[in-house]
Design a protein around this ligand. Structure first.
Ligand code: F6R
Ligand code: ZN
Length: 197
């Protein structure tokens, strides 16, 4: 691992960080349980299990003092009336923040914490979103024909807790209604177990 400062290119057109990235791809089947339209979901998985998003990470040690960064690319599409989106997660170390900077496309970052607060911030090129510590976050592509490309940076020791969202979901669903997007309550959402003081 190179220990001296370095620069790198971010190729916005091809949504890649050539030379020093590791690419992770997630298909629809990785989002089982997160979409309301389960019949539509099963059908799309059977018909080829489309690629929903890709993450190009700049390789660095996952330790405190380091910063992990990369590109997140969410492709356009819907399952029923819900847009393509990432799995979403809390950081395992809850007290770690994250910054996203939108390079391309139109989307939302859906966020919620374990005290019941939630919010959503819009992604448009040139807009950044600061995810404060303790908030789960999920990127949603609101465009039906363009990738949502964001650059993210977070602490090296943060880690990822996917299990909480896999079992509880997010409080809000982002759906396509009358030519625009709407945030609606997720009837399947359940509050994370409260840790008693
Ligand atoms: C890292 C982070 C992003 C996401 C990426 C994919 O902490 O928030 O790099 O990892 O947008 O989303 P997930 O990890 O939820 O599949
Ligand atoms: Zn994160």
């Amino acid at each position: 691992m190179k220990e001296r400062p370095f620069g790198f290119e971010i190729d916005i057109a091809d949504a890649a960080i050539p030379a020093r990235d590791r690419c992770m791809q997630r298909r629809l089947s990785a989002l089982r349980g997160q979409y309301q339209d389960t019949a539509g979901f099963d059908h799309m998985v059977e018909q080829g299990d489309p690629l929903i998003y890709e993450v190009h990470e700049v390789l660095r040690p996952e330790s405190s003092g380091e910063l992990l960064s990369g590109l997140s690319i969410v492709h356009p599409g819907r399952v029923g009336d819900e847009y393509f989106m990432t799995k979403g997660h809390y950081h395992s170390v809850r007290g770690t923040a994250e910054i996203y900077y939108c390079l391309k496309g139109h989307g939302l970052l859906l966020m919620e914490n374990e005290d019941g607060d939630w919010t959503a911030e819009e992604f448009r090129p040139g807009r950044a979103v600061y995810v404060t510590p303790n908030y789960a976050h999920r990127s949603v592509n609101l465009s039906l024909n363009e990738d949502l490309v964001t650059f993210f940076v977070y602490p090296g020791h943060a880690g990822h807790d996917y299990a909480t969202i896999e079992s509880n979901g997010f409080r809000k669903r982002v759906v396509h209604r009358d030519g625009t997007f709407e945030l609606i309550d997720n009837p399947a959402w359940s509050a994370p177990a409260q840790v008693s003081a």
